[in-house]
Design a protein around this ligand. Structure first.
Ligand code: SF4
Length: 419
């Protein structure tokens, strides 16, 4: 279940059924204003809704006022150990304060920050990391790290409630994916506050993206999680934002930009699809609408499983086909495939509809039919999958394909369009 409570970070709603919020953290020295603002603009362009900056020193807090004034998205101040910096960050206009109540110097200091935040109407993110649990939970941590994480989070929630401060979201983070999943499931059942999800120190762009997709994707598919941050070991924070969006798009939780689908290739491939897919993916970054673009490595199966795509290409040795919504548009030399695909996409954007030249479409259809006939006996992965599906349907006497039951879906009510 999505959290019941909702808070606002700047103007961005978090929790309470709001779209899952994408955030990231700058990797620059915060006091380096030009570098920090440049990175904030880059992550905002990539689709970050919120950005967090580290404030370990007074000069970073001094820079914060300018950062808040010039940032295109709300700014969260990340504070550890020093409650004075948290007070100064609130005074500097931070839209949210992230702190760990366990390392800020005791209840009185937490209370001081909470009081200042209440007055300024600034929310907080409170939470625990697996590496920084309070001492009295270390024994429990050795026996059951998941329960220890949840116990620490609940203690912090109760501390804030006892201070009459409820304008917060909560995070439980661990480097361990199964523990992160289990702890957040337990916590979501116990508290109504919005949850921030992340896998701490997830790793490089490759391994960290996969760990995050598994951990956060599992929770999000359960309907758990209101804001996410992908932690990757790269200086390019916008890469974290792109991964976050791919996870949300894959789950149908939010839409942003085109969706690329591509066959996995096999021995029938007759052109350099790796290069072509990479080029298409790169060029699609310039487009904002949620068009679906398909790349098929051969025309042996016809347009087949890509027939729902808004645009697509399928290639052969010397030539290929541009298609749209399952219908051939035109045949082009293979080295023109990518450019011709984008010509069609751009024309569609200019005119608002797909332009079909009847004779070119007929030539494309004839070409496709010839290739399908020449390879009619081939058992391609797609044909095998279709045969298996038909056999399963016959065995179960299924007459209609299954449809998604929105009401029963784990992401029911959480499908949103980014506006
Ligand atoms: S048979 Fe399928 S997987 Fe193999 S290249 Fe053709 S479209 Fe791709």
């Amino acid at each position: 279940m999505a959290s019941k409570r909702q808070i606002f970070v700047g103007g961005v709603p978090v929790g309470g059924g709001a779209p899952v919020v994408v955030q990231t953290m700058t990797k620059t020295e915060t006091a380096n204003l030009s570098a920090t603002l440049e990175q904030i603009r880059a992550v905002a362009d990539a689709g970050a809704d919120l950005v967090r900056v580290a404030l370990p020193r007074d000069q970073d807090v001094l820079a914060l006022r300018t950062i808040v004034a010039e940032s295109p998205i709300p700014v969260i101040a990340d504070i550890h150990f020093n409650h004075t910096l948290a007070l100064k960050a609130i005074d500097a206009g931070a839209h949210c304060i992230r702190l760990n109540p366990g390392n800020i110097g005791g209840r009185d200091k937490v209370a001081e920050v909470a009081e200042r935040a209440r007055t300024a109407k600034v929310p907080m993110r409170i939470g625990v990391n697996s590496g920084s649990l309070p001492k009295h939970l270390h024994a429990l941590e050795r026996q059951n790290p998941v329960e220890a994480l949840v116990a620490a989070a609940i203690e912090f929630v109760e501390l804030m409630e006892s201070l009459d401060f409820e304008n917060f979201k909560v995070s439980i983070k661990s480097t361990n994916v199964p523990n992160t999943i289990a702890a957040n499931r337990l916590l979501a059942a116990k508290i109504p506050y919005p949850l921030h999800l992340g896998i701490t120190e997830a790793g490089t762009k490759w391994s960290g993206s996969l760990k995050s997709a598994v951990g956060l994707g599992t929770l999000l598919a359960d309907g758990i999680g209101d804001t996410i941050r992908i932690s990757l070991s790269t200086f390019h924070a916008e890469e974290e934002v792109k991964v976050a969006w791919e996870i949300l798009k894959a789950l149908g939780l939010r839409e942003r930009g085109p969706v690329l689908i591509a066959c996995p290739t096999c021995g029938r491939l007759q052109f350099d699809m790796d290069t072509v897919v990479n080029e298409i993916e790169h060029r699609l970054e310039a487009y904002e609408d949620a068009i679906e673009v398909a790349v098929l490595g051969c025309a042996v199966n016809g347009i087949g499983e890509a027939s729902h795509a808004d645009f697509g290409i399928t290639g052969a040795k010397n030539e290929g086909l541009i298609f749209s919504q399952g219908k051939p548009l035109r045949k082009v030399p293979q080295d023109r495939l990518v450019d011709a695909l984008f010509e069609e996409i751009d024309r569609f954007h200019e005119r608002g509809s797909v332009e079909v030249d009847a004779s070119e479409a007929a030539a494309g259809a004839a070409w496709l039919e010839r290739i399908e006939q020449e390879n009619a006996g081939d058992l391609t992965p797609e044909k095998l999958a279709a045969l298996e599906a038909a056999a399963a349907a016959a065995a179960e006497d299924i007459t209609a394909p299954p449809t998604l039951d929105e009401a029963a879906s784990p992401t029911a009510g959480r499908r949103f369009s980014r506006t």
